[in-house]
Design a protein around this ligand. Sequence first.
Ligand code: ATP
Length: 267
Amino acid sequence: ETFFAPGDGERFRVTFSDVGGMDALKEEIRLKIIYPLQHPELYKAYGRRTGGGILLYGPPGCGKTLLLRATAGEVACNYFAIGLHEIFDPYYGSIERNLHQIFETARANTPCVLVFDEIDSLAPNRRDVRDTQTRNIVNQFLSELDGLRGENQRILVIGATNSPWQLDPALRRPGRFDQAIFVPPPDESARLQIIKLLSKGKPIAQLDDTMLAQATAGFSGADLRWVFDRAAELALADALHAGKTVPIRMESLIQIAQSHTPSTNAW
Ligand code: ATP
């Protein structure tokens, strides 16, 4: 009946240890997301609300999606990642019906985290939208969110976006996405941690991870991953040619990084 399944199963469980750096952010997520889900009674006893929505925003490729998966992995609760294609695909039914179904499924699977990626496309500012269908979708999304309010149902709704300024402002009203968490580009120490994760277990000759972290200012986690993937491809081509393992070269990593324009520059 439903067209999406909870989580990715234990096999692909991702946790905070898979996310490089961002210690302050992980702590913020523990306080705002994880503890309220784990100890709703305690929060209630102190008059603190649980549930409701949180918006994650920041430049592309800096780990929003990864952080959300890891958050669900930390809580070990159900995780519904809603892609736009699932909502907008007419195969599954009308958009309104799909949206409603998503919230129904969440209600039936508490505690859970319900994640809307690219939420700016789902709920663009109605002021900028002409067609009535999009307006109807935004309206319905808002009323589904309101339907969760006050019930303390242990459903946490999270939206992720690269362009928060395109969102309908009604989304940010109290009880909807009233908390926001900024996911910044990784600083040098975060890049070092990401580089350590990306290089783990790979054959790399004389890796100077500190130097690479210094040479990649402005790089997102996704940019860093791209650099490692390119360098691995080169070494793999050499290895196929030589008929034996050829390590990834440090110069190769640096050269590829230097030829790449960091994607967080324009944000
Ligand atoms: P977008 O808005 O473009 O979807 P995003 O902020 O959601 O971007 P992710 O999709 O989470 O970014 O990151 C892309 C990839 O970059 C991840 O799958 C991961 O491989 C790598 N990455 C990004 N940040 C980190 C990090 N802090 N630690 C480890 N890997 C990272």
